[in-house]
Design a protein around this ligand. Structure first.
Ligand code: MN
Length: 343
């Protein structure tokens, strides 16, 4: 029997191995919520919610306070009717990371009841993906050294956070590019350039002979016109991140022809909107990347299962667990260098 009999929330704290900095400030620790869904037959499904105040305005206090509401919404529902549970939890419009953790825990319980892997449930397309690693915003020399360290560790997709100082950003990328050949590069502005700065920036890179694969969220999330301006004036693919949270955001960006790519994050969209965005993107010839917020291995597992199962992500930026100190590894995938393998 697979009706939901209990839903448990546990607050978890993780320290970063070293402070992680982007154009808005830096973090040294994170608080996530572990979600356990227990069915009548005693099966436990697990999910993780990693709220981001910057991206979605969520805090763990808010999410913990929603526990009684979640119980009211889905207690005694059958995990076999997961689509019904998706529709009900789609009402969590101001707590998308909670929606993600709850929806994943339901799928996890459903798959355990049925004896299949979650990646198989999502489609079983691939049994392996490759993640990048991220260089955060620091002084120039530190950023170059961090990139070289990532390269020496065997990662071949390097994500570089920029947006605080355009001239320094150019120096960092040109240096990293010349010292790490054979890599693909994702450059993430986190919305911190103006449209004109963004175009100036990519033109400088292009004329320096640098080739980047993804130019992510160059301008403010609400500046759809600005994104479109950058897209049509950039030699490199422009990707929306903060601008695309729900399927409705995706639809609008497609209609406006504003970007070449979407960065899907479960913590912005939950499972239901992530799947909807994938289908919209495929229909509109938009390329896809999957990213993360501050998930531990438990939460990153959610994105690994989805990315392997759906199999259509050109880039996987699933490295937050590699930055956190954890007592034990909680994923059901194997991490072998940059590879993430499901079984
Ligand atoms: Mn981003």
């Amino acid at each position: 029997m697979s009706r939901i009999k209990d839903i448990l929330f546990t607050l978890k704290r993780y320290n970063y191995k070293r402070p992680f900095c982007i154009a808005y400030g830096f973090v040294t620790e994170t608080e996530n919520i572990e979600i356990e869904i227990i069915t009548e037959s005693g099966v436990s499904g697990y999910g993780e919610s990693a709220p981001s105040f910057r991206i979605s305005g969520e805090t763990t206090e808010m999410l913990l306070a929603l526990q009684p509401k979640i119980r009211e919404m889905i207690l005694n529902k059958d995990v076999k009717n997961y689509r019904l549970i998706f529709d009900i939890t789609d009402r969590l419009i101001s707590s998308p990371s909670l929606k993600a953790g709850v929806q994943f825990a339901v799928i996890d319980a459903f798959c355990k009841e049925g004896g299949i892997g979650v990646w198989e449930f999502f489609g079983g397309v691939k049994d392996e993906i490759e993640t990048d690693r991220t260089v955060s915003v620091r002084p120039v020399e530190e950023r170059i050294n961090e990139a070289l360290e990532i390269y020496r560790e065997g990662f071949r997709v390097i994500k570089i956070k920029v947006g605080e100082n355009l001239e320094e950003d150019l120096v960092v990328i040109c240096e990293v590019y010349s010292k790490t050949r054979g890599c693909r590069y994702i450059v993430d502005v986190n919305g911190n350039y103006t449209p004109k700065e963004a175009v100036y920036f990519v033109k400088r890179l292009y004329s320096s002979g640098v080739d980047i694969s993804v130019f992510e969220q160059p301008v403010n999330r609400y500046d759809i016109e600005g994104l479109k301006y950058v897209r049509f004036n950039s030699p490199f693919p422009v990707c929306a991140d903060e601008s695309v949270k729900t399927r409705y955001d995706a639809l609008r960006l497609i209609k406006e022809e504003a970007v070449d790519m979407f960065n899907i994050k479960l913590m912005k969209s939950g499972i239901s909107d992530a799947i909807a965005i994938v289908e919209l993107a495929k229909t509109a010839n938009i390329r896809l990347m999957i990213g993360c917020v501050s998930e531990s291995s438990l939460g990153i597992n959610q994105s690994v299962q989805l990315a392997c199962g759906i199999g259509c992500f050109d880039f996987c930026d699933l490295d937050s667990h590699l930055m956190l100190e954890e007592d034990s590894f909680r994923g059901t995938f194997k991490q072998v260098g940059s590879k993430m393998i499901v079984e």
